[in-house]
Design a protein around this ligand. Structure first.
Ligand code: C2E
Ligand code: CA
Ligand code: CA
Length: 424
């Protein structure tokens, strides 16, 4: 059924539901990663896959339900004759969605290849979630995009907060684009110390000085910058601003030995990343030996050989590498073995309460032993108390970063607190 005919049907069903005091659900189905089929197997295969998918959905509808091919890889199912109350209607709609998701997840043969894709599904209910066809479709689609954002292959119901969330994200995204041009970002620096409490470096942590909202934390805007493809330029700015600062500090009473800079996976995978890093440091007149790039294990999820080659080239030039949030991600020891990094950064979740949480203690000891055996160093992040630090020193951890030693500070404060006093 095409869009036009489908909209007519929805309107008819609206009127019918009102007359019979019934309800219905609109399931917005979007195939995850569909583009891959087009890219890898070609457009003819992509079309064939969608035809098969439509047929599979149609074959599994409940009697009387309707199917519409809404967009290229989007389908809408109208599940009719539900209770008017949201509770029972939702549980039936959910079981319909589950069974359709299961049907779609079955592998199919396309262009002589087995193809298996999942789908993200958003659900809007009538009468609760909207008053007309357009509103219901828009809301089911919004719920579907939330399912995608939450990691795909999920079923989400529409909730009213999704409207304001989506509006807020759109505004934030627009402002984020402008913020780069308007130079609204600044760096905070958090000290890193050795077991004797001596300053060995600092991590640059970006902040957004929003004209109305004040300082916005990176947890809020980094994921958005990644999604909008802005992380490359933002990350490059962080590196440039950080090393320019490092250069200025060479004139201070005490220079800062090392600067750690976060690099997100998406930024790292961009073409020309290594060349741009080198150019930025050359421009600042800073040796790459004084810069450590913090990357996460997720870097290795795609294009492993390319990633290893990139890290190798940057290591060759002198850059240091640390694996950030170590132990929380996709840790394959086989890859770790091949990874030319010299530091593991023990995630805060393991450091917390390490002196009295036996499991954390075991994990931290294991990471330190693993690092030692691979010839790598360890730095613990998020150390907040003396007892945690004592445990970590005892366990042989090389370096520390956390509120116990110092919070991230603006440049001036960092200099005052850490670089003008006599060496401690
Ligand atoms: P991260 O790289 O794991 O950075 C450490 C975060 O933990 C920082 O939060 C820091 O303020 C916080 N922290 C440090 N010590 C303690 C402690 O003792 N207790 C507690 N409770 N927290 C502590 P922040 O600055 O909000 O940064 C959050 C995340 O944002 C960073 O996590 C990093 O993933 C990302 N980020 C920050 N700056 C950049 C950047 O320039 N580029 C990229 N790609 N990501 C960045
Ligand atoms: Ca970090
Ligand atoms: Ca971290």
């Amino acid at each position: 059924m095409n869009r036009h005919a489908f909209l007519d049907h929805v309107e008819t069903e609206l009127a019918r539901a009102d007359r019979h005091v019934a309800g219905f659900a609109l399931l917005f189905i979007d195939v995850d990663e569909f583009k891959q089929i087009n890219d890898v197997l070609g457009h003819a295969a992509g079309d064939e896959y969608l035809r098969l998918t439509a047929a599979r959905l149609a074959a599994h509808l409940r009697a009387g339900d309707l199917l519409c091919r809404w967009g290229s890889d989007e389908f809408i199912v109208l599940a009719l004759d539900l209770e008017p109350e949201a509770g029972p209607a939702a549980s039936l709609a959910q079981s319909v969605a589950f069974s359709l998701a299961e049907v779609l997840a079955q592998p199919v043969k396309v262009a002589d290849q087995e193809v298996q894709l999942n789908a993200s599904i958003g659900i809007a209910l009538y009468p609760g979630d909207g008053k007309d066809a357009a509103e219901l479709i828009q809301r089911a689609e919004l719920a579907m995009s939330r399912a995608k954002q939450a990691g795909r292959n999920q079923i989400h119901f529409y909730r009213p907060e999704m409207q304001s969330d989506a509006a807020r994200r759109m505004t934030l995204g627009r402002e984020l684009r402008q913020a780069l041009a308007a130079k609204q970002f600044l760096l905070y620096y958090q000290p890193q110390v050795d077991a004797a409490g001596r300053l060995i470096g600092a991590e640059a942590l970006v902040r957004w000085h929003h004209p109305e909202r004040g300082l916005v934390s990176p947890g809020e805007f980094i994921p958005l910058a990644e999604e909008l493809g802005l992380i490359g330029s933002l990350g490059e700015w962080v590196l440039a601003d950080g090393v320019a600062w490092l250069g200025k500090l060479n004139g201070a009473a005490q220079a800062l030995p090392m600067l750690s800079v976060n690099v997100s996976a998406r930024q790292f995978h961009e073409a020309g990343f290594a060349e741009r890093c080198l150019a930025v440091l050359r421009h600042a007149g800073i040796s790459p030996e004084r810069v450590e790039l913090e990357v996460t294990e997720s870097l290795l999820l795609a294009d492993i050989d390319g990633a290893l080659a990139k890290i190798g080239a940057l290591r060759e030039a002198g850059f240091g590498f640390a694996v950030d949030d170590f132990g929380t991600g996709y840790s394959s020891l086989a890859y770790l073995k091949r990874l030319p990094v010299q530091k593991l950064k023990i995630d805060r979740s393991f450091v917390q309460d390490v002196h009295r949480d036996e499991k954390n203690a075991a994990i931290v000891r294991t990471i330190i032993a693993l690092a030692k055996n691979l010839g790598m160093q360890t730095i613990a992040e998020g150390a907040e108390r003396r007892e945690e630090v004592d445990f970590l020193i005892e366990a042989g951890c090389d370096a520390f970063q956390g509120y116990y030693f110092g919070k991230p500070l603006a440049s001036d404060e960092f200099i005052r607190r850490w670089l003008t006093a006599a060496p401690q």
